[in-house]
Design a protein around this ligand. Structure first.
Ligand code: ADP
Length: 516
């Protein structure tokens, strides 16, 4: 039967716990998958925004390149006027230069001097030679009717340089360049586009080395939930970051995920607690069945010994084989003693079953406790002497009256004295005392027997419970119902039973009665 309990535990785990945990894990991964799908939808939307911003920058610069190209086709004087005007009116274009195959043909810069300073520090012709392949490509494209804009790397954080090819008619000028104030380009040119694309749905910000240079909305840094960050094609040192404004779908998905996970966890908890209760009650039932079986075997064992003795002595007497009168009396005494033991045993079981079924009736009478204790002790005197027990009786004087059922208290006291005798080994000493302790009158039975370990002290009052470790407890016969009867009797009297015991030294049981 003992193997059944772990088996049931395993079955419960297999039937309830594992499926629940698997289901929960499956649900949780599904939830995160949903989140990923929503994420990817948003991410592709955001990518589209970044690429249209990029395209927009390319278009703007290409448009300027077209303007420059158109001016270049004019008469030289008109061209100079047109291009000077262009750089002075366009806030972001700081300078223009035109080159023919071998020479730097013309430079137009605005009044801020940024571009002219830059053009003084770098040798454009040399720069172009280092970008030879780019230049060749630009010329190739323009021949096919397509104008491409190529950024040129220069060591400057706020200024960018671009090259483009020119449609070449008769003049030898074939490459144009633009110097652009990139920090102005972002708010001036991209700014309005960002505003119109973002509307109320996105927060788009452009940053340079993590410093924000432009955003359609100011957001405190800790609120940044940037979903996507990408470099601009033409202004590679700038990054566009996008986040969703308020993000209703994300919030909804998050909220649903949280509620679902919470529900799953709650459901798991309920199921686990349920499984635990089922397991506990099954374990309890099995344990009860186990100790009931042990009880039957213990009782049978206890009944068998006196029956065998009675049988043997009565048969000997019947056959007339006892030689002397003295022997006969001795045999009768044994029969009588064993019959009494049997009667006590049967009485105990009947008592227990009455208490269990709630049929035990108590007749309370105001009594002085010594009136009950003295006669019980008297019945034991003979037994104490015969079995080598020393006993001490200390009865309190003038004790207050208690409401007592004499028969029940006699049963309880008998049980306790029997136990004292049964569980004593070398030191055979029993002390029975009565007295007053606060509002309680007590009866105490103290022995110097095997004692009871602390962890067992609460359990010994449970029905059928017997201490199973320790030699004597195993050898001494018993049914495990005696102390449970005592406990029930004390509860019926409105009192209680307490224990003090040291393992290996002895125990003392005390019945406490409330005074009238
Ligand atoms: P039992 O019929 O087994 O004696 P009880 O209900 O009277 O049943 O006692 C329960 C258990 O408590 C006993 O099996 C024994 O282990 C322990 N016990 C009871 N009284 C004593 C005592 N005086 N000294 C040591 N152990 C005791």
């Amino acid at each position: 039967m003992k193997n059944t309990i772990p088996k049931i535990g395993i079955i419960l785990i297999a039937v309830i716990v594992f499926p629940t945990l698997f289901f929960s894990a499956y649900e949780v991964t599904n939830l995160s998958k949903n989140q990923q799908v929503v994420d990817s939808i948003y991410s592709s939307q955001l990518e589209n925004i970044v690429s249209s911003l990029n395209q927009y920058s390319v278009d703007a610069i290409t448009r300027w390149a077209d303007n420059i190209d158109n001016a270049e086709m004019l008469d030289r004087e008109f061209m100079a006027k047109a291009l000077s005007k262009f750089v002075n009116f366009n806030i972001t274009v700081k300078g223009i230069f035109l080159l023919d195959k071998t020479n730097l043909f013309a430079i137009y810069t605005d009044s801020s001097l940024q571009a002219s300073n830059l053009l003084h520090t770098i040798n454009i012709r040399e720069k172009l030679q280092s970008e030879d392949s780019t230049v060749l490509q630009l010329l190739k494209y323009i021949k096919s009717g397509y104008r491409k804009i190529a950024p040129v790397k220069i060591q400057n954080d706020s200024i960018s340089m671009f090259l483009f090819a020119l449609y070449n008619n008769d003049s030898s000028i074939n490459i144009g360049g633009m110097i652009i104030d990139s920090k102005a380009f972002i708010p001036e040119v991209l700014g309005p586009k960002i505003q119109s694309m973002a509307q109320d749905r996105f927060i788009i910000s452009v940053s340079h080395n993590n410093d924000e240079v432009y955003s359609n909305q100011l957001v405190p840094n800790q609120d940044r939930r940037i979903r996507l960050k990408e470099h601009l094609w033409l202004f590679n040192e700038f990054e566009v970051g996008i986040q969703l404004q308020n993000d209703p779908v994300e919030q909804m998905v998050k909220k649903r995920t949280q509620t679902n996970i919470l529900m799953i966890v709650l459901m798991d908890l309920v199921l686990l607690i349920g499984a635990w209760f089922v397991y506990r009650s099954i374990r309890k039932e099995i344990h009860l069945a186990q100790i009931k079986a042990e009880f039957v075997s213990n009782v049978s064992h206890e009944i068998k010994t006196p029956l065998a003795l009675i049988n043997m002595y009565s048969e000997t007497l019947e056959m007339g084989r006892v030689p002397t009168e003295e022997k006969k009396i001795e045999y009768f005494r044994v029969i009588n003693k064993e019959a009494k033991r049997l009667a006590r045993m049967v009485n105990k079981i009947l008592n227990f079953s009455k208490i269990e079924s709630g049929k035990r009736e108590y007749h309370f009478i105001e009594t002085e406790i010594n009136e009950i204790v003295e006669p019980v002790v008297a019945t034991y005197q003979h037994h104490f002497k015969n079995s080598g027990f020393k006993y001490v009786v200390l009865l309190g004087e003038n004790l207050p009256l208690i409401n007592a059922d004499e028969e029940a208290i006699t049963d309880a006291l008998t049980n306790m004295i029997d136990n004292g005798i049964k569980y004593s080994t070398d030191t055979k000493l029993i002390e029975i005392s009565t007295g007053l302790n606060g509002n309680n009158v007590f009866v105490k039975v103290k022995d110097s027997g095997i004692g009871i370990k602390e962890k067992e002290q609460k359990l010994i009052f449970d029905k059928f419970y017997r201490v199973t470790d320790g030699n004597l407890a195993n050898i001494a016969k018993g049914s495990g119902i005696g102390l449970n009867i005592v406990k029930s009797i004390m509860e019926a009297h409105g009192g209680n039973i307490s224990i003090e015991s040291t393992f290996g030294e002895g125990s003392s049981f005390k019945m406490n009665f409330p005074i009238v």
